[in-house]
Design a binder for this molecule. Structure first.
Ligand code: AMP
Length: 190
């Protein structure tokens, strides 16, 4: 199986690149942000609870997202592999993911990190907010909070994969196609 973690701060281009990767490599896309927004759209209890946190730009609890990922892995038993987008976002989530995958006799093939500086991220997210309709993209203070959460809680996840020899960093600034080509060059070596 090919199991990729696409990593990077909010606005780095993970969603855009995931779409291209799932097509090329026939993988199942697991975005915890998308799953949570789907729960909100369906008005579930989980969605209502998560929305309060998402609207403030802070992470939802580990056990909530780990449970969601576990369900999706069970629901896609025949997958050729997965792209994890926006997950894991804490070291606890990364540890839980390793355990879940090991129980299915598989593992993470590698992490690809898209590196983009904070000023560029703020610019991209404000631009995206104009048509994404996402409340957390509309307010500069919330955007900064999300980037802060990333720097405090999520950035350490890179070290987790570095220590396993599975981390590859890529420049996330450039055209979508240029970045995609670079990612594919890396994935083809996993
Ligand atoms: P995203 O679409 O990945 O930018 O996620 C939007 C929001 O959903 C985040 O700001 C968090 O509040 C929440 N979220 C998404 N994925 C996770 C995760 N793996 N762990 C905790 N919170 C998450």
């Amino acid at each position: 199986m090919l199991n990729l973690v696409l990593f990077g701060p909010p606005g780095a281009g993970k969603g855009t690149q995931s779409q291209k990767l799932i097509e090329k490599y026939q993988l199942v896309h697991l975005s915890t942000g998308d799953i949570l927004r789907n729960e909100i759209a369906n008005g579930t209890e989980l969605g209502l609870e998560a929305k309060k946190l998402m609207d403030q730009g802070v992470l939802v609890p580990d056990e909530v997202v780990i449970g969601m990922i576990s369900n999706k892995l069970d629901a896609n038993k025949d997958a050729r592999g997965f792209i994890f987008d926006g997950f894991p976002r804490t070291v606890a989530q990364a540890e839980a993911l390793d355990i879940l995958l090991a129980s299915k006799q598989t593992a993470i093939s590698g992490m690809i990190a898209l590196n983009v500086n904070d000023a560029e991220l703020e610019k991209r997210l404000l631009l995206r907010g104009k048509d994404s309709g996402r409340p957390d993209d509309a307010d500069p203070a919330i955007i900064r909070r999300r980037i802060e959460e990333y720097n405090n809680k999520t950035a350490p996840v890179a070290n987790y994969y570095k220590s396993q020899g599975k981390y590859v960093g890529i420049n996330g600034i450039g055209s979508i196609d240029e970045i995609f080509t670079e990612i594919c060059n890396v994935v083809d070596k996993f």
